[in-house]
Design a protein around this ligand. Sequence first.
Ligand code: ZN
Length: 135
Amino acid sequence: MTKRISAKEWRNSQSRGNKFGAKKVKHCPTCGFTHDSKVEARRCVYLHDLVKAGVFAHVDVHPVVTLAHGIKWRLDFAVYAPESSGGGMCYEDVKGGPETEGFKLKRKMFNAVHPMARLHAVRWDRSMKKWITST
Ligand SMILES: [Zn+2]
């Protein structure tokens, strides 16, 4: 039996491919993992370049955090600062477009369980040609 999807679901799946360029990148040459989008793969290269440059100590790809009720949430990256600059880390989720309601809700849940942790939404601004990180 063929699984039918609604027109809205179809449209969403289409726009995700075209509008945000969310084509999966398999076996990323930098980390070996699969990224959900080209922009995520590009961020992966960027972060690992900063590790090479000594700006960051380490980058985790696809860290999993726990929300309330044991719900697991897979984020895109966890970035660790070097000990020499005080250490510390933050999580990153790369966005191909505006932050979705789903993301906002999960971030609220995340902040409730991990009030001291930092989580940034990151997106590539095409016109300014730079990464924009939400606070
Ligand atoms: Zn990668």
